[in-house]
Design a protein around this ligand. Structure first.
Ligand code: 13P
Length: 282
């Protein structure tokens, strides 16, 4: 059961009361580490890359690798284009075979965000792919280059946005932010509950790094079924590499490569357990 549509993964997650981890990757080693965890735990998963990361990992190279890895996996894996900003890059991802794209118009006025997201949703549908939108503003930015202020989602606006765009998944802002939190975030579960009561689409939690396990579980109970993890993966890979050099375990390039795979694997294992998606691959 290889490359799958995000819509199918999230429909099952919603029915089963769990969340699917959407793991940002930057190279082959991270893909291998995440898929090793997925296979060992019998879990569905999402591999993703954000548009701002493409200067380090060109889409024309990393994209086909992600799609090929998902196709080769015995577990259901969706390949997702995260925080799409331009139609050009989103179209390129769809041409490569991504089964899901996000258009991030959260910085735009409501009408413009809705109109542009609806257009990307129609484009994704032409490729049989799913579309994620965002309403409200998640703090920070995916690569830490911008200090975007948190603006919590207005539940009534979330419904209007969903109806205007027909998105398959909706990212909400409930006090979450990208990158490492200076202190554990105070999530607005009340807002999440109100959005989930109005919007039938599965909800998405960005800024997964640093959210406490119990807060993750509470979010899942309240309607979050896709959780984005980026910084925690990169930090884990770096930590494993550094520890390998410090202990002398890394003696050459291939040891470094193994450490990177292991770093991505350890981080994915931890989150798969918290998200309750282990054993949910069938
Ligand atoms: P973190 O870097 O906080 O894990 O956020 C990831 C994310 O939301 C990617 O879209």
């Amino acid at each position: 059961m290889p490359l799958v549509n995000l819509r199918d993964l999230l429909r099952d997650a919603k029915a089963g009361g769990y969340a699917v981890g959407s793991f940002s990757i930057a190279n082959m080693e991270m893909v291998l580490g995440v898929l090793k965890a997925v296979e060992e735990t019998g879990s569905p998963a999402i591999l993703q890359i954000a548009e701002v990361r493409l200067n380090h990992s060109p889409l024309a190279l990393i994209g086909p690798l992600m799609v090929a890895a998902a196709k080769a996996s015995p577990m259901p894996v969706a390949v997702h284009f995260d925080h799409g900003k331009t139609e050009k890059a989103i179209r390129q991802a769809l041409e490569i075979g991504f089964t899901s794209v996000m258009f991030d118009g959260s910085h735009l006025p409501f009408e413009e965000n809705a109109a542009q997201t609806a257009q990307i949703s129609r484009l994704a549908a032409e490729y049989g792919a799913a579309c994620e939108g965002e309403i409200g503003a998640v703090g920070g930015s995916e690569d830490g280059s911008e200090d975007i202020a948190i603006h919590c989602t207005d539940p009534a606006q979330a419904l209007a946005f969903y109806e205007a765009t027909g998105v398959d998944a909706l990212a909400v802002a409930i006090g979450n932010a990208h990158g490492n939190y200076k202190q554990a975030p105070q999530l607005r579960f009340d807002i999440l509950e109100q959005v989930a009561a109005r919007v039938p689409a599965p909800l998405v939690l960005h800024g997964g790094t640093g959210i406490l396990p119990d807060d993750f579980r509470r979010c899942i109970r309240l309607g979050i079924h896709k959780i984005n993890i980026a910084t925690a993966t990169f930090d884990s890979v770096e930590r494993f590499a550094r520890a390998g050099y410090e202990s002398g375990a890394i003696k050459g390039y291939y040891d470094l490569q193994t450490a990177e795979v292991n770093g991505a694997y350890a981080n994915a294992m931890k989150h798969i357990e918290i998200f309750g998606c282990a054993g949910k691959a069938d």
